[in-house]
Design a binder for this molecule. Structure first.
Ligand SMILES: Nc1ncnc2c1ncn2[C@@H]1O[C@H](COP(=O)(O)OP(=O)(O)O)[C@@H](O)[C@H]1O
Ligand SMILES: CC(=O)OP(=O)(O)O
Ligand SMILES: [Mg+2]
Length: 452
């Protein structure tokens, strides 16, 4: 940590290294009277994102908060960005050219780190914490290495700022032992840390706060089923404001399928898929030299929508499915839907809905049927009218009801949490625009020890 005192109104750069994207926001710490709703302790100065990092060309956006109403975000397609470190340096160049913000006034850089292992508190990056995160890279092969490469670059390019890691796993610390444990030899499990950790925790923490605010309820009394559906997708059952269960496990590959991830499969499937499952492979797409086996490569990078349809963009899956509606039902009675067949779009869509609904049912029971809201979030959850409709229709027997008009207009509505359901009393259906960067920045701004 740099030796100087952090000015109370210093700048916080918050960086979210997702599996296929880098999302960055810059904030100023305030005295608690922020101008934008939901921000509290910080004021937003700018946002930027680099998406499609793993399937170039990447797409770059940059928007100053002061220009939000007056000017469209700058958007461009960039060929050269192939990893998260390159994406971050592209952002830094833009910061210099496109804004009057002095890099030197950045006091803290918050990094979303997906796997924290047994680290549960945010930690300033030094050689010990860096190596702790590095040692966990094998357990989050699409994430920790990418976050570390950005940290390295931040430490070099912003030497006056301290880098602080915020962990996805922290939020799930409350999962009871019998839910977090796998039915394997407990000694091996303990020695090797083999248990359910759960991820997307910064997102769930943010959504919990935002939904509490929207429903005007204390978060400690909220029961929610939240879906974070993006390139990586998971659900979380929240009981009395705490994570009770979540669909990802030891690693982010478990639970729901994702852009390139298989989600839950029979654990022995992989040995029937390939007889080289245990061999180490070196994936050229990895940001740092992460050791992954062929098995991990297949399940993390060669599965999901990409494997089923050829695209890792779920928006494309939905669009194509609608264009080929005549193939509806074509998957029934068939053993194989080959990727050249137009029926593949509907297969991918239906498969995703099926897995989501399976978890919703399970979590509804776990919460004893007392659910304040079913909440959609993440790129797919926030943008896909069709996916929300399909999930809610399948969950009608649990009391959830869609308001078609409200669902169709979610994108036009202001606010962090938005209604998409019919029932205004219990079992609401909401959409929440999640913001992991803001969650980190708020936590950072409120942590006095970082500002002394
Ligand atoms: N209109 C849309 N309909 C369905 N899915 C969409 C739409 N727009 C974007 N998406 C999906 O959202 C994903 C990005 O979600 P996001 O949560 O931002 O990703 P990440 O996991 O990288 O943080 C895209 O890969 C795409 O699959
Ligand atoms: C944990 C995880 O899968 O994150 P993301 O969706 O950002 O890739
Ligand atoms: Mg994400």
């Amino acid at each position: 940590m740099p030796e100087h005192r952090a000015p109370k109104d210093g700048l916080i750069l918050a960086i979210n290294a997702g599996s296929s994207s880098l999302k960055i926001s810059l904030y100023r710490r305030t005295d608690g009277h922020a101008t934008s709703p939901g921000h509290g302790a910080v004021e937003l100065l700018l946002t930027s994102s680099i998406t499609n990092i793993s399937s170039p060309p990447a797409s770059f956006t940059f928007q100053l908060a002061s220009h939000k109403e007056g000017r469209e975000a700058k958007k461009e397609s960039v060929d050269g960005i192939k990893d998260h470190a390159a994406a971050f340096s592209y952002f830094l160049d833009h910061l210099k050219n496109e804004s009057r913000i002095d890099r030197e006034s950045i006091v803290h850089v918050c990094h979303r780190v997906v796997h924290g292992g047994d680290y549960y508190e945010p930690v300033i990056i030094d050689s010990e914490s860096y190596h702790h995160i590095e040692n966990l890279s094998d357990l989050a092969p699409l994430h920790n290495g990418a976050a570390l490469s950005v940290m390295k670059s931040a430490i070099e390019s912003l030497p006056k700022a301290s880098s602080i890691a915020y962990f996805d796993t922290t939020f799930h610390r409350s999962i009871p032992l019998h839910i977090a444990s796998y039915a394997i030899n407990p000694e091996v499990a303990h020695k090797r840390g083999l248990k359910k950790y759960g991820f997307h925790g910064l997102s769930y923490a943010y959504i919990l706060g935002a939904v509490g605010h929207y429903l005007q309820k204390d978060t400690s009394s909220l029961n929610l089923i939240i879906m974070h559906l993006g390139s990586g997708a998971s659900l979380c059952a929240i009981r009395n404001g705490q994570s009770l269960d979540t669909s990802m496990g030891l690693t982010p590959v478990s639970g729901l399928p994702g852009a390139t991830r298989s989600g839950l499969v029979d654990p022995s499937l992989i040995f029937h898929y390939t007889n080289r499952a245990g061999r180490i492979t070196h994936d050229p797409h990895q940001a740092v030299d992460v050791r992954v086996t062929q098995a991990e490569q297949i399940l993390n990078l060669e599965s999901g929508w990409k494997a089923l349809t050829g695209t890792s963009d779920f928006g494309e899956v939905v669009k194509n499915m609608q264009e080929h509606l005549q193939h509806q039902g074509a998957t029934q009675g068939r053993d194989v839907v080959d990727w050249q067949s137009e029926a593949k779009w509907k297969l991918a869509f239906d498969l995703f809905v099926d897995r989501i609904v399976g978890f919703v049912g399970s979590y509804y029971v776990r919460l004893g049927g007392k659910v304040d809201a079913l909440v959609f979030s993440g790129g797919i959850g926030e943008k896909s009218v069709e996916l929300r409709e399909a999930v809610v229709r399948n969950a009608e027997c649990l009391g959830f009801q869609l308001d078609e008009a409200a669902n169709a207009k979610v994108g036009e509505q202001e606010g962090v949490a938005v209604n998409a359901g019919k029932r205004a009393d219990t079992s609401r259906v909401l959409v929440c625009r999640t913001d992991e960067q803001l969650e980190m920045a708020k936590e950072c701004a409120l942590e006095e020890k970082f500002w002394q």
